[in-house]
Structure formats: C-alpha cells, structure tokens
Design a binder for this molecule. Structure first.
Ligand code: B12
Ligand code: SF4
Length: 553
C-alpha cells in the first residue's frame, strides 16, 4: 500500500484547438476517503514474475489508468492506493474507505476483480469499477454498484458527482457511459508518486490512444477508436520528469495501442524525446507497441534510434501471408516480415512478437512454421497465444453467427477451432516448450547481441550512474550468477553467453539476456507441467498462477 495522502494536481496544459469539454465534477463540500485498487494479474509469460526476486521489484508495471483517475479525483479527497501485485489490500483499508474504486484491465483478471468487490461489500462500501475489461464487457461484473464504461470523460464527472452526493450503496447497479471523452491534452499527470516506480519492472507512460487498423480479433478500435488522440509533447515530458524524479532509471513502456498509429504525431514527439534524453543524459530507454509497417518510415526509425527506443512489441501474429489476410492484418504483408525485423534490429530495436495459434488457417504444420520463424528472425521473445474471440470484435461477431463460440468454464479458448481442441492446445504447448528450450532462446539472444545491441545509440554513463542503480545491477548480477550460473541446470548455456560479455564488461547485456531468458524458460517449464494457461484470455483457474504478453499493434 502506498502512503496515505492527497494527490497534487499537475499544472494545466495547453488546450486542443477543438476543445469543447469544460465540465468538471460537481463535488463541492464533499470530503471522501477513496480506496483505489488494482487487482492481481493472472501470472503470464509477459508479467515477468520469475524476474522480480532477482531484480528486487514487486510487479510488472504501474497501472496507468488507475493512477490517472486518481489524479483526476477532487483535490480535497483523501486517497489510498493499493496495487495488489505489490501488496494485498488489508481489511483496515476497506474499513477506512467511504468508497472503493477498482480498475480492471484484462478479462482474465476478472475473478480477482469480482473478489475485490465482494470484500468491499462485506464492509458495506460502495464500489466503482472502470478500465478496459468492464468497458468491453460490463456483464462480467454484475455485482459492482457503479460501472464506469469507456475512457475518462463525462461519465467520470457524473460518477464523481454521484459519490460526492452520497456514498450509500445504490439499490441496483448503475452504469456511467462516456459519451464525450476528455481530450488527452487535458489529462492530468498520473499519480506515479503513489505507486513508487522502484517497485516496478518497467515504468509506463501514455502518449496516444486508439489505432487506425481493424484486425479481426482486436477490440482496441471499438474501445478506443480508430483515430488516435494524442497528448502534447510537453505533457509527456512532464510525465517522464515525474517518473525519473521518482527514481525510475531503466525501461519506460509507452502503453499506446500503436505508437505509430498517427505517424505525423509520433514524428512531432520524437525530437522532444531526443532533446529530453540528451538533457538528462539518457536516464531511460523506451519500449512501445507498434505495427511492423513502421519500417516504411526510415526517418521515424532514425529518430526512435536517437531517442533510445530499445524494444518494440509487434503483433506479427503469424508468418503466414494467407493467415494474415484472413485475420484482416494485411498491413503485416506490406513487406517481407523477416526483412522488417532485420530493419528494426539495424536501428538497435529488439522486436518482441505476438503470435496467435488456433487460427482457422492453422494446419498440423503450423508449429514447425512458427518455430522456423522464431529461429530465422532471431526474435528472443515471442508470446504464443491461443486465439480468443473478445467481445466487441469482428471475430466474435463472426464466430457467434457461425455458432462457434464455446463459453465453457475451464476451456483454454472460447473458439471452436477447426482442428480438434486437444490437438491445438498440444500444438501450443509443444511450440512454447521448444521455443523456450535454453539453447534455443540463448541462440536468439546471441543474434541480438550481434545484430541489434551494437546498433544502439551510445549512452553517456552519467544518466544511469546512481547509487541505487549500480547497487541494483550488482545485486541482480550476483543473484543471477548463483541461481542460473551455479545452481541452474542450463548453466553451460548461460556461461557461453555470459563469459565473453563479462570479459568485455558488458554487464547490462548479461543481466538483460539472462533475466529475460530465465523468465521465459521457467514459464515454458511451468506450461509443460500444465500449470499455465495456453490462452492468456482464459479465466481457467490454475493451481499456480498462470503466464506474457500483449497482443495489440
Ligand atoms: C499496458 C498493457 C498491458 C500491461 C499491463 C501492466 C500494467 N500494470 O499496466 C501488460 C504488458 C502486463 C499486459 C499484459 C496483457 N495484456 Co494488456 N494491455 C496493456 C495496454 C496496451 C495499455 C493499458 C493502459 O495502460 N492504457 C492506458 C490507460 C490510461 O487506459 P485505461 O487503462 O483504459 O484507463 C482508462 C479507462 O479505462 C478508465 N479507467 C481505468 N481504470 C479505471 C478505474 C476507475 C475506477 C474509473 C472510474 C475509470 C477507469 O480511465 C482511464 C482513462 O481514460 C492495453 C491496451 C489498452 N488500450 O487498454 C492492453 C490490454 C489491456 N491488454 C490486453 C491483453 C489481452 C493482455 C494479455 C492477456 C496479452 C497476452 N497475450 O498475454 C496480457 C495479460 C496479462 C495478465 N496476465 O494479466 C487486452 C485486454 C483485453 C481484455 N479486455 O481482456 C488490452 C485491452 C489490449 C487488447 N485489446 O489486446 N497488458
Ligand atoms: S491488433 Fe494492433 S494493429 Fe490491429 S487493431 Fe489492434 S492495436 Fe491496431
């Protein structure tokens, strides 16, 4: 739990030319104590749970949406923030509160989300739920008192006015639906300080919302729109300052659905990021989600290189051109995929690839094609997911019309695959296990050591040379040496990579490669033992928490 305090409002930012949204919540006179909780995620390949004890952090990423809502709450309301991924909420937190606000991101989190509602109700507290999951699927949350559907906007004001008037639980559930969104240029700086950046694997910021494409399986266009909306560069720099001033030195993840959804806007931002990095001696490196066709804009890539973008999550989904066409992801066919990955690597950008299995076009040869693609591309992290039909997607509507949705508890996916279910799950499991055999992932990392990392902009040591950072590096390295280099059962593979890198004092690479590989190898082994879910959307309960990734862009 973070400290109890009242959040400071950030300085106002320049309004957009088309700005019409002027309402503010009517909350005069009310003094409220608000408990804001982010539920535990379901363990995933991409939540990096196995890396936390080695790095001395508690969770993957601070919950941007909830921290933003906190900053938007009336200044005189008292706030307690709990990220259950860091520390569970205590009974006394619920007792303290007048109202409990919960943010639920993923559908797979919904059991944890509904459990928080039950706890709050046990103490007689009124509950509000917002976030991507409820916005797409309000019916998953029948027992919350208030549902906030959509982005920050008129619904938020209405909801706050309601809480200001009364914190009695209403007789029945009420929904607040955003009709008019608050322009991103009016978004306050999220309450990063409450979260404490040092507790997280990576920090997060948001520059834009929305994506212009319309992939068959993705709910982003319907939830966040197809015309990306942006903050101003000045706003983003203020957020980066807040994050770095709070002690973050390392990766900052741009949570934008597609960082290059509006290339002009990305090009306007990047010179500011480059200048900021230079001025502050490159304290951070960036990761983002973007469509692979960014390689068509070398000027954009050059600026991303100079701003120190190190990682890009691309929803490659499948190397099969016909399959891409079938899922309306033809923009991945605009250039040969392997060449696109090489181009990104040549700018120092390591690709993380989303992969979907269980598509209608899959055959028994699909695992071989996926593994061949992994090897040829040299992409170290590929998030193999089973396709899931999310509500508010073309895929969901099509499968519903075809009678191919199976919403049975315990299934790995709600899609009635063309191939037999057990075969598809088995293909997923075999692909994951083979891709994450220690020799295989270390080989792909070797490719990155040769073809990507040397192409990164040279960073002055000063930016990251703080006592905390050096200490974290030394202790992480020591723990990795013991856990993987001495006790690990793939220690020879580790030393083949680590020894030459240590001799050339490339400590950062040793830590990055062995930490990420450790997560992936451990995850794949758990999957082999049947602990992890194949579909990271499935709400199937596991004896041990389940699994990475992200699927958009
Ligand atoms: C960052 C991110 C992650 C991070 C999350 C870490 C973290 N703590 O933040 C990581 C990388 C771990 C992740 C993983 C996954 N993710 Co993800 N992720 C995102 C992403 C790109 C951005 C979320 C974000 O920060 N947005 C910016 C904030 C400001 O927006 P927001 O959260 O929507 O908040 C706004 C409103 O919702 C509202 N709001 C939010 N909370 C609250 C609370 C209250 C009380 C109120 C009033 C309002 C409110 O106000 C905010 C301002 O407008 C979204 C895409 C998206 N656009 O949502 C996908 C998304 C949430 N992820 C998704 C998925 C599917 C996954 C994975 C399953 C992918 C995978 N294949 O493994 C995994 C699951 C991990 C797990 N085991 O739980 C889906 C969720 C679909 C669904 N509903 O289930 C999304 C929507 C993308 C997509 N369509 O594919 N993800
Ligand atoms: S998958 Fe990516 S590119 Fe496709 S619509 Fe979703 S966010 Fe856009």
């Amino acid at each position: 739990m973070a400290a109890l305090n009242v959040v400071q409002k950030p300085a106002a930012t320049e309004p957009e030319a088309s700005f019409t949204y002027r309402k503010r919540p009517v909350t005069d006179g009310s003094a409220r104590k608000v408990l804001c909780i982010f539920p535990h995620y379901t363990k995933a390949l991409g939540t990096f749970d196995h890396a936390y004890p080695l790095l001395g952090v508690k969770a993957f990423m601070p919950p941007q949406g909830l921290l933003l809502i906190i900053s938007y709450l009336p200044q005189h309301w008292e706030i307690r923030f709990v990220d259950e991924n860091v520390k569970p909420a205590k009974d006394k937190d619920f007792q303290w509160a007048d109202a409990v606000l919960v943010s639920g991101m993923m559908h797979i989190q919904r059991q944890q989300t509904n459990a928080l509602n039950r706890r709050a109700h046990k103490f007689g507290k009124v509950t509000v739920l917002g976030g991507p999951s409820v916005s797409a699927c309000p019916e998953y949350y029948p027992d919350f008192d208030y549902l906030h559907l959509g982005e920050l906007g008129d619904a938020t004001d209405e909801m706050l006015a309601t809480l200001a008037e009364s914190v009695e639980r209403p007789a029945g559930q009420r929904r607040f639906v955003t009709g008019e969104r608050l322009p991103l240029t009016e978004f306050p700086t999220p309450a990063y300080k409450l979260a404490g950046m040092h507790k997280y694997f990576v920090a997060s910021v948001q520059y834009s919302s929305g994506c212009p494409y319309r992939c068959d399986f993705c709910d982003i266009p319907e939830l966040y729109g197809q015309t990306p909306r942006m903050k101003t560069p000045k706003q983003l720099l203020a957020e980066l300052d807040a994050i770095v001033d709070d002690g973050c030195i390392g990766s900052v993840y741009l949570v934008d659905d597609n960082f290059v959804g509006n290339r002009k806007a990305a090009k306007e931002l990047l010179p500011h990021l480059i200048e900021w990095q230079k001025k502050r001696y490159y304290p951070v490196e960036f990761a983002c989600e973007a469509t692979l066709n960014v390689v068509k804009s070398p000027d954009l890539l050059q600026m991303m290189h100079e701003a120190s973008f190190w990682t890009m999550f691309c929803g490659i989904e499948t190397p099969n051109a016909a399959a891409l066409k079938a899922i309306s992801k033809d923009h991945n066919n605009q250039m040969p995929i392997l060449e696109a990955v090489q181009t990104l690597n040549s700018y120092g950008i390591e690709v993380v690839s989303g992969i979907i299995m269980g598509l209608d076009t899959d055959t028994y040869d699909t695992p071989n094609q996926m593994l061949q693609f992994a090897e040829q591309s040299g992409i170290p992290i590929l998030t193999f997911n089973l396709v899931q039909a999310l509500p508010r997607t073309p895929l969901h509507r099509r499968l519903k019309a075809e009678g191919r949705l199976i919403e049975t508890e315990g299934r790995e996916s709600n899609v009635d695959f063309k191939l037999p279910y057990d075969d598809v799950v088995d293909m997923w499991r075999r692909t994951t296990q083979t891709a994450y055999k220690p020799e295989a992932i270390y080989k792909r990392f070797k490719h990155q050591q040769e073809h990507t990392y040397p192409n990164r902009v040279e960073i002055p040591p000063t930016g990251k040379l703080t006592f905390v950072n050096v200490w974290r590096g030394v202790s992480t390295l020591a723990k990795l040496m013991v856990k993987v280099g001495i006790l690990g059962n793939y220690r020879k593979t580790f030393w083949d990579m680590a020894w030459p890198a240590l001799k050339s004092m490339d400590i950062e690479t040793v830590i990055h490669v062995s930490l990420v590989a450790h997560q992936m190898i451990s995850f794949a082994r758990e999957a082999e033992a049947g602990y992890e879910n194949a579909g990271f959307y499935s709400t199937k309960l596991k004896t041990q928490g389940g699994s990475l990734g992200n699927i958009n862009a």
